[in-house]
Design a protein around this ligand. Structure first.
Ligand code: ZN
Ligand code: ZN
Length: 368
């Protein structure tokens, strides 16, 4: 039995400011020893993502109580039977969709849509079945198979991807969601090509990662759009060749429009920015009921491609090491995506900063 502290959500929909309503309680938790196919990970760093906020607001329903957090890095403490890809002492990045390798989508070469992994995540359970977290004798759910805002996490082997030990965990953690989703969308879903033009809408950590992915792909024109001009300097540092407010961006001008703002307006804008024959790729998640009226005549006559991107169409075992290599080559400066470094007990205040758009990634650093 491992005893430790973690961020427990009992009730969603509490009012802001969260610094006062305190939806996340730092609670005493327990985990059993890892079973077959499971790995006990000591979390070294974890970061806060907008999807965490949607659990707290209740915009998307999740089984509660739950320990939240789905973007983290750590070291392997113990492994259960039949675990072959990681061993105690290994450094790992945790990924929020365990890819089972056996379902129809995995077999078809689309493990980013793994049906078994998604089903387990929706139930707040592990890929290996059921929950393991316990708080005062009560079963607690795992957010995205990870429950990473805690000192320890018990995860399915497929949730933990080994990385080189010399990568600092406070840099590695953002690879689990922001970089996979952003860079993966540019490289895997949109398949940006050398010398192409790309516009990225929304300059949060995921949008900036999409920008880095477009640059790594060899795009020569990269426009970065946001409502906040304060975000432009960093975007230029990371490789944007132009920055603009949404209304000022040239229409019908880009091979690729990548929507990362998570708003309907952002998607509408993306549709207007791609040129005829261009590709619109969206990874933004507005509310579950957000709908867009698609005009079919221009879709056909302009030969547009419109597609969604989940997990950046990443094969996690292939792409985490691939993106970490780009990081080591200086092409993915992960620290640039981080605006705040906090402790576990600062999470409610961090949720306020996130909700108010005052933060990029906020990294929880755990004492070693
Ligand atoms: Zn995320
Ligand atoms: Zn699968």
């Amino acid at each position: 039995m491992t005893r430790f502290r973690g961020a427990l959500l009992r009730k969603s929909g509490l009012p802001r400011p969260y610094a006062q309503s305190r939806p996340l309680e730092i609670a005493a938790l327990e985990l059993p020893a890892p079973g077959a196919g499971e790995v006990l990970v000591r979390i070294r760093a974890a970061s806060l993502c907008r999807s965490d906020l949607s659990v707290v607001t209740g915009a998307r329903p999740w089984p509660l109580p739950m320990v939240i957090g789905h973007e983290a890095a750590g070291s392997v403490e113990r492994v259960g039977a039949n675990v072959t890809t990681v061993a105690p002492g290994d450094a790992v990045v945790l990924v929020y969709l365990p890819q089972c390798g056996a379902c129809a989508r995995c077999a078809a070469g689309q493990p980013w849509l793994c049906e078994t992994g998604v089903a387990a995540n929706r139930k707040g359970e592990l890929l290996t079945g059921g929950t393991r977290l316990v708080h005062r004798g009560e079963q607690v759910h795992h957010h995205m198979g990870l429950a990473a805002f805690a000192e320890y996490a018990l995860v399915a082997e497929a949730s933990a991807i080994r990385i080189p030990k010399d990568v600092p965990p406070q840099d590695a953690c953002v690879f689990g969601c922001a970089v996979l989703c952003g860079a993966g969308t540019a490289l895997n879903t949109a398949v940006v090509g050398a010398s192409q033009s790309v516009v990225v809408i929304g300059l949060g950590a995921v949008g900036l990662s999409a920008l880095l992915g477009a640059k790594a792909a060899g795009a020569t024109r990269i426009a970065a759009l946001d409502r906040l001009e304060a975000k432009f300097a960093l975007a230029r540092t990371l490789g944007a060749t132009e920055t603009a407010l949404p209304e000022a961006a040239p229409r019908g001008a880009f091979d690729h429009a990548i929507e990362c703002s998570g708003t309907l307006e952002g998607f509408e804008l993306a549709m207007a920015l791609a040129h005829r024959g261009g590709k619109v790729t969206t990874l933004g998640l507005p509310g579950p009921d957000a709908a867009y009226p698609l005009k079919l005549a221009p879709l056909v006559a302009d030969g547009l491609t419109v597609q969604g991107s989940y997990l950046g169409s990443c094969v996690t075992r292939r792409d985490v090491p691939r993106f970490i290599e780009l990081y080591r080559a200086g092409q993915f400066p992960a620290a640039s995506l981080v605006s705040h470094r906090i402790g576990l007990e600062d999470l409610n205040e961090a949720l306020d900063r996130l909700a108010e758009g005052r933060a990029l990634r906020q990294v929880i650093e755990f004492a070693s």
